[in-house]
Design a protein around this ligand. Sequence first.
Ligand SMILES: [Zn+2]
Ligand SMILES: [Zn+2]
Length: 343
Amino acid sequence: MNNRSERIGFALGRASVSTVWKLAAVYIMLLASADSVVLIAQDQNEAELLKQKVYSSISAEESQDFQRKGLPQRGDWLAQFPETGQSLELYKTKDSRILTTQKRRRIVLQPLGEFSAEQKLLLEALREYTQVYFQTEARIATSIRLLSPEKSRLGRTLPEEVRTDRYARQYDAIKLVNDLLMKKLPYDATVFLGITMEDLYAKDMNYVFGYGSFDQRTGVYSLARYFPEFWNEPSDERSKTVALRRAFKVLNHETSHVFGLKHCIFYDCTMNGGNSLEEADATSMHECPVCHQKLLWNLKFDPVSRFKRLKTIYEKHGLKEEAAWVANRSENWQQANGQDRAK
Ligand SMILES: [Zn+2]
Ligand SMILES: [Zn+2]
């Protein structure tokens, strides 16, 4: 275990003193973000039955690029928080599912706090990626300053409460959403997402990557822990690519939650729950056929054109494996769906 995973292990381990149900509820609320209904300790037979039903509805061609999700290992998300899964049918019947309308037609990214010149470029890359991934116009709102920890100690009631943990100062993710972002929800936002380079926490959790309110179409996530600077480690080209991959992935995962997608239990998929940075890194950054169908049903895009644009953006940012993967997926998708591959 390297330094980084030890630190993460520590961070997660310290939180595990809470009672199991409380931890599970808080943890899922925080990391699963937009899941408005979370069933804990439900019958795993239900999950297995749904898995078999879903697998039988997906053709071999359609699923050839995806590994079926096996039994969870100790420490994995699904071992800690069993979930029953969400088929396309269940997704379609979800009453509070968010739909883009003529007025609410943009994904609005809201920078919170300081961004260096380099980080601003990352923000623009995220905007472009969001636009392509969800085939929905995305814009960056004017940055909102966060008050410094020093000012927050003056005793005033502030929307962004700050604390200092062992590694960094941290902002309260729930307060950022409820007391700051929700009050600034733009008229044109189908989804409103705060992005910050500051570290976040919530309740008794040591840290969180993000938090979102499905009902309010609003979320916040931190990119801080994806970069070596956070861990006082040197930055190089490789670490920048790793950080970008993580940033893209958290963005597609959390934004999909706000669009009503729950965690995926069917395949290796970007919508798998992640219990740690390691588990999140190990899973695909692409949506499986089931999650793809949900996005397609809700957002109504041309899959082939989307795959092509995703390939272009991955190439542009040096994510060669992702570019090759999506090109192959596009070929296979067209074959599975009887479309002209020469297009
Ligand atoms: Zn999640
Ligand atoms: Zn999936």
